[in-house]
Design a protein around this ligand. Structure first.
Ligand code: MOS
Length: 731
């Protein structure tokens, strides 16, 4: 039995508010937590197979050219070495998120330094690594394009990424206040804790793959296409994933080469990327150059917004960091222009990294808005309040729900924004305050899950959905527990197996809403079936702790199920509500920083975020997502920067020692509030995506506070000491 539901109409029923179990929204612990902290949750690289061989990838040492041959014979003679592989099926790039087809293949063309071009397989990892390090490559080097800022670089303006309404130039002329500034953000690496790894083995023409994957529905098609088999012959498992951040949306070289090698050698093959390979050969976020034009009338009402952004990408790849994504609808203004420009460079493939688009685009917009508030001499909260649109200003659509003002008010109150004093000092530290808005587009994807109510009253939830550290096991168990009135000790959730019903996967902040809705739909049908057995309306049925109550009669759930399990599959599909309404999550950040008047060092002292994302499914995991997002914001503002040497195109800081993500000492007390919201247009649960909202705009809050503290306006991120020191007043 499958329940299909297309989201064509808003769902105003608030079903989840009328259930009795009381487990949804609570900060319930993750059911798989004990497995993870005791080291017994099996991650991809730990699922060793009997007779397993080890493959180590060989990287290109030039940024552009051809691979004319490899000295395989010398390496094949080395102890334990089983094979040296390269050639036309060899993966060149990682697959983009939701690509659903093979990534670009072929190792004879070299497009970036660090591109995997060969694989050495041996009996032990050490033998394979020695072989890989010893393999001589014959290459012909040609001139690489490494500098995305070069004057003579060709600029593409892809269709569908340019928009214009009204007359922005005229608005800039007529405005009482304007901002016209250029902001730059560096490249970023997703840098998940767990490196990309895969173990592949074949049973006849059936491929088994343990992989580090966010989206099995797409990943199985990608790997099937890459190795030339039907998708039904692929069985993938990713029950636990140690962080994705976009880098595991599509498959990477580890999975493709493991599958090819295992087929050729007739044995299981493991390929694990080193940390350096993760930096070089998975996804990077493009650096951006963004010019913002803001035009406001004398009352601080925006009459024009212009946003032009340039990003870079490899040749043959269509993804372009969607920098202007939130600009069309966040603020008012009838004269608007957005433009996205792409330049082609020989650098690691650009793809989705932690809130692609808003993470960097909104950061620049929110710095520009702060500059406008300063120019006008008004409170930055007030400037934003005056410019909240009633409808999407780019196309006139209504919003599905809109809580920016509420989030700003809640955040300002919690933080004590009104009590801030400018010009405060603390020893050598100049203290300043900043704020910024948060916004992230909201979506669902087609997603299915099977829910089984067993005769003993236990519940099994099954879907190929992944948990990449976000809390999927917890929230799906909570949705079912709430709907069916079953305690958590009786619920098992199985995830990350491509044989299970296909979900939308983890990405784009849509995982919880999509997979959660499919579980909700299956459970709603199970409730109807139980009601039928009791002879009552489903709406009159109360399910709690394994007992069904209707018309004051109590019946144990197990008496109603019967001898056979009750099994329902639920499937949600996006529909008209996603087109008819502009859907987004909103929030606001507030922070206090200290800028050292002697060294220019910045210390974040405290930071608060208030967010609205529809129904919150688990208070603890949702809060953790936001804390993580704000922590990314700290990195983006202060330290994080993927540095490429433009002379030869190599990534300079390709490890976690030199690529500076925030560490504990960089992160002070962070606090998070959720604003009450139900979004009936989003999905039947009325929940929206929370995964990436906490990143979007967070960095700007800190940059704005640096200005408030020191008078130094940083427009080139991150705000390292060298950019602040020259602007500080003489001691
Ligand atoms: Mo996300 S960058 O869509 O995993």
């Amino acid at each position: 039995m499958t329940i299909h539901h297309k989201m064509d109409k808003p769902d105003h029923r608030n079903r989840l508010d009328s259930m009795a179990q009381g487990v949804l929204h609570t900060g319930m612990n993750r059911p798989e937590g004990p497995l993870k902290v005791t080291g017994t949750a099996t991650y991809a690289h730990e699922d060793h197979q009997p007779g397993m061989l080890h493959g180590v990838l060989v990287r290109a040492t030039i940024a552009r050219g051809t691979l004319d041959g490899v000295d395989a014979a010398a390496v094949e003679k080395m102890p334990g070495v089983k094979a040296v592989m390269w050639g036309e099926k060899f993966p060149r790039n990682p697959a983009q998120g939701t690509a659903n087809k093979a990534p670009v293949q072929g190792s004879s063309d070299i497009y970036y330094l660090g591109q995997p071009v060969a694989l050495v397989v041996a009996e032990t990892f050490e033998q394979a690594r020695h072989g890989a390090q010893s393999l001589k490559l014959q290459v012909t080097e040609t001139k690489a394009v490494t500098d995305p800022y070069a004057d003579d670089i060709e600029v593409e303006r892809p269709d569908g990424k340019q928009s214009s309404q009204g007359d922005l130039d005229a608005a800039m002329q007529d405005a009482a206040f304007i901002v016209d500034q250029t902001y730059t953000t560096p490249g970023h690496s997703s840098a998940p804790m767990e490196p990309h790894t895969a173990i592949a083995w074949w049973e006849g023409d059936q491929l088994h793959l343990r992989a580090t994957s966010q989206m099995l529905k797409y990943n199985k098609n990608e790997i099937a296409d890459a190795v030339g088999i039907p998708a039904k012959n692929v069985h993938m498992k990713s029950p636990y994933v140690g962080g994705g951040f976009g880098a595991k949306l599509g498959i990477s070289s580890d999975a493709v080469t493991a599958a090819l090698a295992a087929r050729e050698l007739g044995a299981p093959v493991s390929v694990a990327m080193s940390r350096q390979q993760v930096f070089e050969a998975t996804m990077r976020r493009s650096e951006t150059v963004q010019r913002f034009k803001l035009a406001a009338d004398k009352n601080g009402n925006l009459i024009g917004i212009g946003h032009t952004a340039r990003v870079s990408q490899l040749p043959d790849e269509s993804f372009a960091e969607p920098v202007t994504q939130a600009t069309p609808f966040l603020y008012r203004g009838e004269n608007r222009e957005t433009s996205l420009e792409v330049v082609r460079v020989n650098a690691t493939c650009a793809g989705s990294v932690r809130a692609p688009g808003e993470a960097v685009g909104l950061t620049a917009l929110e710095i520009a808005m702060d500059e406008l508030a300063v120019a006008m001499g008004i409170d930055p909260v007030e400037l934003r309040r005056r410019n909240i649109p009633l409808k999407d200003p780019s196309d006139g659509r209504d919003f599905s729900s809109h809580m920016l003002e509420e989030a700003m008010d809640d955040g300002a109150k919690t933080f004590g924004w009104a009590d801030r004093k400018s010009g405060k000092t603390d020893g050598d530290w100049m203290i300043g305050y900043g704020m910024s808005s948060a916004v992230r587009v909201n979506m669902i994807g087609k997603s299915a899950a099977r829910v089984t109510l067993n005769p003993d009253g236990t519940v099994l939830i099954e879907t190929d959905m992944t948990d990449i550290g976000t809390g999927t096991y917890a929230i799906l168990s909570q949705v079912a527990g709430e709907m069916l009135g079953v305690s958590q000790d009786k619920i098992e959730t199985r995830l990350g197996d491509s044989d299970l019903p296909e979900s939308a996967g983890s990405g784009g902040s849509w995982g919880a809403s999509s997979a959660g809705s499919s579980v909700f739909l299956a459970c709603e049908k199970l409730r109807q079936d139980i009601a039928t057995k009791l002879g009552c309306d489903e709406g009159d049925l109360t399910l709690k702790d394994g007992v069904a109550t209707a018309a004051n009669q109590q019946t144990p759930l197990t008496d109603l199920i019967g001898d056979a399990p009750m099994v329902v599959e639920g499937e949600i599909t996006p529909g008209e509500t996603m087109k008819e309404r502009r859907q987004a999550t909103f929030g606001a950040f507030f922070c206090e920083v200290g800028v050292n008047r002697v060294t220019g060092e910045v210390r974040l002292r405290r930071m608060h975020g208030s967010f609205a994302a529809g129904r919150i499914l688990n208070a603890k995991t949702a809060r953790s997502q936001c804390l993580g997002g704000m922590t990314f914001g700290i990195g983006m503002a202060l330290t994080e920067e993927l540095i490429q040497d433009l002379r030869d195109g190599h990534i300079v800081n390709r490890d976690l020692g030199e690529y500076h993500i925030p560490v504990n000492a960089d992160v002070p007390q962070l606090t998070v509030n959720f604003v009450h919201e139900r979004d009936p247009y989003a999905n039947p649960m009325q929940a929206k995506g929370i995964g990436e909202l906490g990143i979007c705009g967070a960095g700007a809050c800190i940059i704005n506070a640096i200005y408030d503290a020191s008078g130094v306006r940083v427009r080139d991120l991150p705000a390292t000491m060298d950019k602040i020191l020259p602007g500080l007043p003489d001691l």
